[in-house]
Write a protein that binds this ligand. Structure first.
Ligand SMILES: [Zn+2]
Length: 294
């Protein structure tokens, strides 16, 4: 029995119970940190919340505070990360990421439950499972929660939006780290889940995501899109790293519509444990497709 238990403890899987756990985390995050606009006290307390939660889940988290120019002047940002380095120092990195900030200037009922909280919660549960599975010989893994993804204006610019990912891509570059894949998750808690991988993602990774979805029986939920989506993966692409975005950009009142995005309808009632479980299964299937062995 001891041997069987040891093997089971090392096997990475995202069960329906993991989906429920991620849903509980999302609920708690939205309750405690309903507004997380970058550069505000709410944003900084959200970073501390993620840091504490990750530590309680047995992960050794770090907060990385930095400043950046924005259209409203210099702002202070805070990324959170958990690093799970491989025992092999030459192993390349896989980065699993999400933003946690909320879009500023929206009505109080908007809590970014899907846009920000759902992927934040998914990655907390994944960090917990990956840490428990043990270090991987094949890859070093980083789980990253980015601040400042949302732009203040209507459009992204060099000084507006994607602040956290730009900072982290520069850090990876400075450290000379080799990156096998950066996989960014956004809006994946949508009750009616339909994940797509936008065109501006590394082509080989788009194929990897699709193959992983097929093996995991999620072909009906995952597709490749011909659209360009501005999101945190772009910062890594610009830094020369392979990167892909996994986003459900059809968050709305009917299939195909995105009319709930950045509205009061983005609340916890429109997020589900089942969708979080699907996204979690997909994340692990992608890791395996890339060569992760546990
Ligand atoms: Zn958003």
């Amino acid at each position: 029995m001891a041997a069987a238990t040891a093997i089971l403890a090392g096997v990475l899987a995202f069960s329906p119970a993991s989906g429920d756990a991620a849903m509980d985390i999302a609920r708690g995050f939205v309750r405690d940190c309903p507004r997380r606009d970058a550069g505000t006290p709410g944003g900084h307390s959200a970073a501390r919340w993620i840091f504490s939660k990750a530590n309680r889940l047995g992960c050794d988290a770090q907060i990385d505070r930095f400043t950046g120019e924005t259209p409203d002047g210099v702002k202070r940002f805070a990324n959170v990360r958990v690093e799970l380095p491989s025992p092999d120092p030459s192993a390349p990195w896989i980065i699993l990421s999400s933003h946690f900030d909320t879009k500023a200037g929206l009505p109080a009922q908007f809590t970014g439950a899907n846009d920000g909280a759902s992927s934040t919660a998914l990655l907390l549960e994944l960090a917990h499972l990956l840490r428990r599975a043990g270090r991987s010989k094949e890859f070093s893994i980083e789980i990253a929660w980015f601040d400042g993804e949302e732009c203040a204006g209507a459009r992204y610019a060099a000084n507006d939006g994607l602040h956290g990912s730009r900072h982290e891509a520069a850090r990876f570059k400075k450290l000379g780290r080799k990156v096998a894949a950066m996989l960014n998750f956004d809006m994946i808690g949508d009750r009616d889940l339909s994940i797509s991988v936008p065109l501006n993602s590394t082509e080989s990774l788009r194929k990897t995501v699709l193959a992983a979805a097929e093996k995991e029986g999620l072909s009906a939920t995952v597709s490749l899109s011909s659209e360009i989506v501005r999101d945190d993966h772009e910062s890594f692409l610009l830094a020369g790293f392979p990167a892909a975005d996994l986003i459900d950009f059809e968050f709305g009142s009917a299939p195909g519509l995105n009319d709930w995005w950045h509205t009061v309808h983005d609340n916890i009632d429109n997020v589900s444990a089942e969708s979080l479980a699907k996204a979690g299964r997909l994340a692990i299937a992608i890791l395996r497709e890339l060569g992760y062995k546990r």
